[in-house]
Write a protein that binds this ligand. Structure first.
Ligand code: FE2
Length: 223
């Protein structure tokens, strides 16, 4: 018979190894002092919406530009591209914890305008590394409804069925704010719930394709 003395059990409770393996990194920051920039971007994007047909992607209703946003020549576009570039550097360093690694980054994005009743179906962004969104104007939906929130689905579908369902979260929602910049791994499934506000909801989704320059390392060995 195996003895279970208090010391052994206490030692396990205090010292057992526990790690959150394969966590999903999501970067979120609300930029300061971008009110003027957002006003300029808002006018610029709404003008493009008036003069350019929409692309069809995951949007159900609404307008999306071609994925050439960062090639637009207007100065506010370069400002946002710079902010996003810094965010990608910060997030990549946080994830890899290897400051010496060098990455080439190919960034492309598109402007998006949603109005009442529009939403985005669940999707991923294939072949990118980081995906993200910059919120120019979150619109004016009521605080009471979960309108136009960005919803991330649990990346391991089976866990939702079998691993503490209804106890552990199966999704995470992010409520957009003006000046908010979000980054997430491109494999992470997400959607945008239907927008119920009256004023246009404007954002700039984007993808960053990253290729490492130089050598990294393979899997971390089990201990
Ligand atoms: Fe998306």
């Amino acid at each position: 018979m195996i003895r279970k003395d208090a010391g052994t059990l206490g030692d396990m409770a205090r010292n057992a190894q526990f790690e959150d393996l394969f966590a999903t990194p999501v970067f979120s920051h609300v930029l300061r002092n971008v009110e003027t920039l957002n006003t300029e971007l808002r006018e610029l994007i709404l003008e493009r919406e008036r003069t350019t047909p929409s692309m069809a992607k995951s949007n159900q209703g609404g307008w999306q530009s071609a994925p050439d946003f960062f090639r637009w020549s207007e100065p506010p576009v370069a400002a946002i591209e710079s902010f996003i570039g810094h965010a990608i550097s910060i997030a990549t360093l946080r994830v890899t914890a290897q400051p010496e690694l060098q990455f080439g980054v190919e960034l492309y994005g598109w402007a998006a305008v949603n109005r009442k009743g529009h939403y985005n179906t669940t999707h991923v962004h294939p072949m990118a590394t980081w995906s993200g969104v910059y919120y120019v104007d979150p619109g004016n939906a009521s605080e009471d409804t979960p309108s136009a929130v960005l919803e991330f689905a649990h990346p391991v579908t089976a866990s939702v069925m079998t691993f503490f369902p209804n106890v552990l979260p199966s999704a995470r929602v992010v409520k957009p704010r003006a000046g908010m910049l979000i980054l997430f791994p491109s494999y992470l499934q997400h959607s945008v719930r239907m927008y119920h506000g009256e004023s246009p909801r404007i954002c700039v989704p984007f993808n960053a394709h990253m290729a490492m320059v130089g050598k990294g390392h393979g899997p971390t060995p089990a201990s």
